[in-house]
Design a binder for this molecule. Structure first.
Ligand code: PLP
Length: 352
């Protein structure tokens, strides 16, 4: 209510220094809660910024990465640029590629199967990159997910990050949903390898008690944003910006105008505190574990992928291995539960 009522339009530092300064501070706090490497803190070359959504986050890092590689290889090489992720990656990457002018054929969504619990295989990634290099393409962007949308799969950040680094690629980690759980020490290991990443994103508005919209994005090299997204018209010029003494978040995002969203995150962090936030996350995971046990005890059902966070993927088992009839039954169950209006189950499809 405060953030809406104050009606701050903080597009550059000078229009509302407090909005920018508080955003830098709370994102440093959150980065420390997540034990992000120091390179992501605002004291160095990096820093955090609040985007509206994870979709905007992946778009701006893709634009920064695209322009960075084009500065190296020449601007005519756009059609040779290749993006990699697993096919479990959220569709926001595909949309970002469409906006950034990456050829749809150069967006490699590599199949992830039950053999890796739907995580991206580093070997498969390496092979695909090698093949692309052989035919003269330019791998430039890898996106991994901690907590995929369909099954909360966790991609192996460390090995993937090393592959990205050895090929000079930008490595983005999408932890839109599961990043919140990583403030608990017992779940932090799912982010191991994040030190290899160039950017990391989590939605505080998903599972961190913060009102929509509040998507936290950190980068190691903020100049990559500025080089890709900065404009400098006369009417925005001011001494602080010209002297390079301040952060102008307009250069880290698509729009010019921006809300005072850090106030919401500040309120959440100050009001609940780390311990309460950890309890809240743990409780959800405990409830999911309980539900998973109930499902596992009932012979009519199957837990389809191992539960990692608070999502349980389950289905009614098909009778006599009739998968198509089984799918029909599961759809009927979904519709029956959702039509009660008292519970809502979301669905996904395993295509293999
Ligand atoms: N990434 C993951 C892993 C998600 O689960 C989602 C949303 O479900 C998104 C990205 C997109 O989120 P947003 O609505 O913030 O763009």
């Amino acid at each position: 209510m405060l953030s809406a009522g104050l009606n701050i339009v903080g597009f550059s530092w000078i229009t509302s220094p407090a909005a920018t300064e508080l955003e830098m501070i709370v994102l440093d706090w959150l980065a420390k809660m997540l034990k992000l490497p120091e390179d992501f803190l605002s004291a160095g070359q990096g820093g955090g910024v609040i985007q509206g959504t994870a979709s905007e986050a992946v778009l701006v890092v893709l634009l920064a990465a695209r322009d960075k590689v084009l500065r190296r290889v020449g601007k005519d090489a756009l059609e040779k640029l290749v993006v990699y992720a697993s096919d479990q990656m959220h569709s926001s990457l595909q949309k970002a590629c469409q906006i950034a002018g990456i050829h749809p054929e150069n967006c490699r969504l590599l199949k992830a199967t039950s053999s890796t619990n739907y995580a991206l295989s580093p070997e498969f990634l390496s092979e695909t990159i090698s093949q692309d290099l052989t035919i003269g393409l330019i791998p430039f962007f890898l996106c991994a997910t901690v907590g995929t949308t369909s099954s909360t799969a966790v991609d192996p950040l460390l090995s993937l990050g090393k592959i990205a680094k050895s090929n000079g690629m930008w490595f983005h980690v999408d932890a839109a949903y599961a990043g919140s759980a990583c403030v608990c020490p017992e779940f932090r290991h799912y982010m191991d390898g994040v030190e290899e990443a160039d950017s990391f994103n989590m939605n505080a508005h998903k599972w961190f008690l913060t009102n929509f919209d509040c998507s936290a994005l950190w980068v190691k090299d903020r100049s990559a944003f500025v080089q890709a997204l900065s404009t400098n018209p006369e009417y925005l010029k001011n001494k602080a910006s010209q002297a390079n003494m301040v952060v102008d978040y307009k250069d880290w995002q698509v729009p010019l105008g921006r809300r005072f969203r850090s106030l919401k995150l500040w309120m959440v962090l100050r009001l609940y505190g780390l311990e309460n936030l950890q309890c809240y996350i743990r409780n959800h995971i405990k409830l999911a574990k309980h539900f998973e046990n109930l499902i596992a005890q009932d012979p009519r059902f199957e837990v389809v992928t191992p539960r990692i966070f608070s999502l349980v993927c389950f289905r009614l088992l098909p009778v006599r291995n009739d998968e198509s009839h089984g799918n029909k039954l599961n759809h009927q169950l979904l519709d029956a539960v959702n039509s009660t209006g008292s519970a809502f189950i979301s669905h996904t499809v395993n295509t293999y």
